[in-house]
Design a protein around this ligand. Structure first.
Ligand code: 13P
Length: 250
């Protein structure tokens, strides 16, 4: 059985004070989360605080991005080794905001996936179509292209070391969630695509849904057979909402 993973992507939100309050709230309720693995991904500058506050708890943490480079003259970048230095287990790779706002293409995302994995981090690979692509009927082409970029560079077995997050771009931050059936259709497509290359990896890899998942719609989405957790934006900033989603995963 795949253990569901609920991860909070805080994006560029929070302060030292608000993060302390949020983590106090999550820690207070974490014992009621029976099955799911739980993680949070704060902005880089708060990783030390998060490490201090979450060490010794069952909650993991990770970065929202990483550099393609190991070290050196790359102003403003953060290396995989630095994330490990602060106890990160996960790192988000190829989030649609990185792809669209910061020009990360499939090739860059594939490099980041490999760099993270080789360093010992678990990459959370984000893939997903835009509304225009969905309306054109090319959702599966887009998903296959994004996934194959990683498979071709790193090999299909590499997917077993990470997590996939299906995040339809039209559902991110819009309040428009994919229906459980819409999400399941794409999750099933992703698993089949991997199974064609390696059935064991396909069975093992966790595929999260992301895009306006919240306390009200999480249970229904998480009940679908190929939805193995969630990557949560807005609703991960409120302890009670985040915990409700975590409990919904089991
Ligand atoms: P929202 O949950 O705010 O739609 O964000 C989803 C997301 O982008 C998580 O990575």
């Amino acid at each position: 059985m795949r253990k569901p993973l609920i991860a909070g992507n805080w994006k560029m939100n929070g302060s030292r004070a608000s993060i302390k309050e949020l983590l106090d709230g999550i820690k207070a309720g974490i014992d009621e989360v029976k099955t799911a693995e739980v993680a949070v991904c704060p902005p880089f500058v708060y990783l030390a605080d998060v490490q201090q506050q979450l060490s010794g708890t069952p909650i993991a943490w990770g970065g929202q991005n990483l550099s393609t480079e190991e070290k050196g003259a790359f102003t403003g970048e953060i290396a995989a080794s630095m994330l490990l230095d602060f106890g990160c287990k996960y790192v988000i790779v190829g989030h649609s905001e990185r792809r669209t706002l910061y020009g990360e293409d499939d090739a860059v995302v594939a490099v980041k996936y490999g760099v993270a994995r080789q360093a010992g981090l678990k990459p959370i690979l984000c893939i997903g179509e835009t509304l225009e692509e969905r309306e054109k009927g090319i959702t599966e082409d887009v998903i296959a292209r994004q996934l194959n970029a990683v498979i071709e560079k790193e090999g299909v077995a590499a997917l077993g070391d990470g997590v996939i997050a299906y995040e339809p771009v039209w559902a991110i931050g819009t309040g428009k969630t994919a229906t459980p059936e819409q999400a399941q259709a794409v999750h099933g497509f992703i698993r089949n695509l991997i199974a064609d290359k390696d059935a064991a990896v396909a069975e093992q890899v966790r595929i999260q849904y992301g895009g306006s998942m919240n306390a009200a719609n999480a249970a229904e989405l998480l009940s679908m057979p190929d939805i193995d957790g969630g990557l949560i934006g807005g609703a991960s900033l409120k302890a009670e909402d985040f915990l409700t989603i975590c409990r919904a995963a089991g």
